[in-house]
Write a protein that binds this ligand. Structure first.
Ligand SMILES: [Zn+2]
Length: 141
């Protein structure tokens, strides 16, 4: 099913990555080639898949690589989503079972590298951001 106005049911379990060559629609966020993140659909609405936030990265990554600016913007967005949904996991559209076969977000998209960042580096960045906010909120007397 493509984009709908139906409310999302249940918790957000996955952030699913797509490229814009994906025909499914129903994207919550769009990451431009210049690295600008644009909201497309409220997170409270169902996107392409249930229980998921759909992020579309502009390009066809069966044939090209995303730009560094795109990947940097995407990592920033993923960090924000992980802070909002602490239990959320990162996935590629092609990992969804039961759908039509797809290579989305593209054969050349650096999914392994991004998954390693998500697992190893992102939690440290999240903790550092939390510590900064804590210090700002609770200043020394
Ligand atoms: Zn897709």
């Amino acid at each position: 099913m493509a984009s709908t106005d139906a409310p999302r049911r249940g918790a957000v379990k996955f952030v699913l990555l797509h490229h814009t060559a994906c025909t499914g629609g129903g994207f919550h966020y769009y990451v431009s080639k210049e690295g600008v993140v644009a909201p497309m659909l409220a997170e409270s609405l169902r996107g392409q898949h249930p229980s998921s936030i759909a992020v579309a990265v502009a390009g066809d990554f069966d044939n090209a690589l995303p730009s560094e600016a795109q990947l940097a913007a995407l990592r920033g967005l993923l960090l924000r989503l992980k802070r909002r949904y602490p239990a959320v996991e990162l996935g590629a559209h092609r990992q969804v079972r039961g759908g039509r076969r797809t290579t989305c977000p593209g054969r050349r998209f650096p999914m392994k590298e991004l998954a390693a960042w998500w697992r190893d580096e992102m939690p440290r960045m999240r903790d550092a951001a939390f510590a900064r906010e804590f210090e700002e909120q609770y200043s020394k007397i």
